[in-house]
Design a binder for this molecule. Structure first.
Ligand SMILES: Cc1cc2nc3c(=O)[nH]c(=O)nc-3n(C[C@H](O)[C@H](O)[C@H](O)COP(=O)(O)OP(=O)(O)OC[C@H]3O[C@@H](n4cnc5c(N)ncnc54)[C@H](O)[C@@H]3O)c2cc1C
Length: 298
């Protein structure tokens, strides 16, 4: 199995931020995943690093990156995808097979594992709408399968956020449609994203904060005057205030300082405490740890 020590992860993250990770494993299948997790029971599991802020001061532990667990099998209206399959690739293959249901993933930078963990969604569709079951690993139970209702999906969450459950594979049940109909929906989604979400040419990590119930984090942040606000090498995107862009070799501390400012202003103006959607992986920088204690309330 591909294994690296003191691995510089910066280029692999969608934020283009991050220092060295002490030990990184790149399993290509379930057997290699098991081998890695047996060696490193406390490893952090990551997919395509499109929703994680890795500290510029690095991470001293082990990370299992599922990126290479990328097998895809179509069987009639069903598709089985490894945890590391990119959402965008899966949506394109579904189109080639005249299968509808994954059009929302068309420009998703995340992996299937990360998307199931997050119940990722867009354009009125989400993982919970199409997932039939997921093959899970937990240190206590080993490998087992959970069906859709057992995944306890709701807005940007699943059981995997409450239990140490790691997604190995996911099966989706899709609907047969003409490729022109599917393509049309994908084009619609893509053009919507053009103005509302930054593409990866502007390094970012997706939505910074979760939407509070009945409201939008972007609206609150805009009203709090955050659009264009600069912190070191990063800034709040002018088109949507819930996105942070790294345009000048920003660091994780630049991002966290900015997240704290966003959180503080919304709390002062609206009395709402925004909760981060972006995850943090680090721990070597005292200032970052202090900010995380407030933001993540840990
Ligand atoms: C440009 C851009 C656009 C985006 N658009 C959207 C969008 O429209 N909708 C949306 O919902 N999100 C969006 N995101 C956010 C992000 O892509 C999703 O949250 C995605 O689900 C993260 O997947 P990942 O593989 O990159 O996960 P990572 O960033 O690697 O990890 C994120 C979390 O998932 C956990 N995780 C990863 N893999 C597994 C696994 N196999 N088993 C258990 N847990 C796992 C990690 O431990 C971590 O806590 C966007 C991000 C970017 C950068």
């Amino acid at each position: 199995m591909d294994y690296r020590e003191n691995f510089d992860v910066k280029k692999l993250t969608s934020f283009k931020i991050g220092g060295e990770i002490a030990r990184v494993y790149f399993p290509t299948d379930v057997d290699e995943f098991l081998e890695a997790i047996e060696k490193e029971p406390n490893a952090f599991i990551a997919g395509n690093l499109s929703n994680i802020l890795v500290s510029s001061d690095g991470y001293d532990g082990a990370v299992i990156l599922t990126k290479k667990m990328d097998r895809i099998t179509f069987d009639g209206k069903k598709v089985l995808a490894g945890a590391g399959v990119r959402g965008t690739k899966l949506s394109k293959l579904a189109l080639e097979n005249n299968l509808s249901g994954l059009e929302f993933m068309v420009a998703f930078p995340g992996s299937v594992g990360g998307e199931v963990f997050m119940n990722a969604g867009a354009h009125g569709q989400m993982i919970a709408d199409v997932l039939s079951c997921a093959r899970i690993y937990s240190p206590e139970k080993g490998i087992f399968t959970l069906n859709n209702s057992e995944m306890e999906f709701s807005y940007r969450t699943s059981i995997c956020q409450r239990m140490p459950y790691y997604v190995l594979e996911a099966e989706f049940e899709l609907e047969e449609k003409s490729s022109s109909e599917i393509q049309e929906k994908m084009d619609e989604n893509l053009s919507f994203r053009l103005n509302k979400q930054p593409s990866l040419t502007l390094p970012n990590c997706g939505s910074t904060f979760r939407n509070p119930q009945g409201d939008s984090a972007g609206r609150l942040l805009e009203q709090a005057g955050m659009k264009g606000f600069v912190s070191g090498g990063v800034y709040v995107w002018e088109n949507h205030a819930n996105f942070i862009i790294n345009d000048n070799d920003g660091t994780s501390l630049d991002v966290l300082n900015l997240m704290y400012e966003m959180y503080k202003r919304v709390k002062e103006k609206f009395g709402i405490e925004l909760k981060p959607e972006v995850r943090y992986l680090g721990g070597n920088n005292k200032k970052e740890v202090e900010i995380c204690k407030i933001l993540y309330q840990k």
